[in-house]
Structure formats: structure tokens, C-alpha cells
Design a protein around this ligand. Sequence first.
Ligand SMILES: Cc1cc2nc3c(=O)[nH]c(=O)nc-3n(C[C@H](O)[C@H](O)[C@H](O)COP(=O)(O)O)c2cc1C
Length: 109
Amino acid sequence: MKAVAFCGSARKNGNTALLLKTVLEPLTAMGVDTEMVELAGTDISGCKACMGCFKEKNQRCVFDNDVVNECIEKMVAADVILLGSPNLLCRYFIRNEGFGRSFGYGWQG
Ligand SMILES: Cc1cc2nc3c(=O)[nH]c(=O)nc-3n(C[C@H](O)[C@H](O)[C@H](O)COP(=O)(O)O)c2cc1C
């Protein structure tokens, strides 16, 4: 079994990462193959609603210029997917909106 956690915080090793690690640790202890992906420092575009993934249906984003396809591959291979994002209602919201659109309600692969 494989579990992958995506940390959408702009701060590496911050509270969001700590919470995700807290969830992953007992899974690791149970023998689950776990991985955490920190998205801090990566440049992820939001979904452009081009509908390319609807047409291609190949579990990939047609824009292959950021880490999204790499992350989708990890999601497809995983049995458990954790998405962590801090609650930031100011400038950083833009980043988290991109995170949500890329990894949550925008992805239709
Ligand atoms: C600029 C900013 C805005 C924040 N806005 C909120 C908020 O609206 N509601 C809330 O509950 N916490 C808010 N917080 C607290 C963060 O959600 C909290 O510190 C979180 O643990 C940060 O996660 P991180 O350590 O992974 O960066 C805010 C923090 C910052 C720095």
C-alpha cells in the first residue's frame, strides 16, 4: 500500500508539514509506503480550464511545464492521498487557490 501527502504550504517544514507527518508516521509504522511532497518553492499554475485533460483522458495536464504531472503520477500510484493546506486569507490565498484548482476540483484526469 502507498500513501502520498502533498503539502501546499508556502513554508517548508511548517505546521502543515508537521500535521501531514503526524498522519503519515503511524502509517509508516504499519508498513505502508509513505511519501510527503512539499510544494513550497515550486511554481504551479492554476487550471486554465482548457479541457485538454477531458479530451486526452491520459491522466496528465497538457501543460507539462511544472510539477503537476509528476504529482499526478504519484497520486495515480497511491492508495491514499492526503492534501494539506494552511488557512491563509490574504496574499497566499492565491497560491492555495492554485493548489486547489490543480489538485482538487480542477483535475478531471
Ligand atoms: C498571512 C497569514 C494569514 C492567515 N490567515 C488565517 C486565517 O484566515 N484563518 C486561520 O485560521 N489561520 C490563519 N493563519 C494561520 C495559519 O493558517 C497557520 O499559521 C498555519 O499553521 C500556517 O501553516 P504553515 O506553518 O504550514 O505555513 C494565517 C497565517 C498567516 C501567516
